[in-house]
Write a protein that binds this ligand. Sequence first.
Ligand code: FES
Length: 164
Amino acid sequence: MLSRDEKERIEAEAGRYPSRRAALSEALMIAQEARGWLGDEALADAARELGISSASAESVATFYELVYRLPVGEHVIQICDSVSCWIRDGESILDHLRERLGVELGGTTADGLFTLVPAGCLGLCEAAPAAMIDGEAYGGLTTEKLDAILDGIRGRKRGDAAQR
Ligand code: FES
């Protein structure tokens, strides 16, 4: 069930568009924010707020990479698997992540801290290889740079990410 605050925020988003349907991606993100992922019930509730069927919302959620339909870790690493990153050694970055985290794509570390997922082009091709971590873009990745980023995240207190 959506909170009053979530409903109000969805209404505010809906008011910004000529059609309520146009606010669906924002509504899904609002519903996901406090839960960390978007389960069936939260998806249906967000859709209902906009007068949209769950099936329609599901089809949008499926194609929207920032909507997580399964539980994820505290931090989500989206590693670009498109051509510019692949050409510029993105595969080595992915291999390093797999090894360091001990998970495959789609997996979450045993401590629940990181989830590793593939992403289409992140719009950072000139800075390939690239990744997005908790919605923040990182380009020019090397294994050393990535380690420093992950060490920094690991060093944060739990809950800090949600407050940024
Ligand atoms: S191909 Fe990776 S950011 Fe564009």
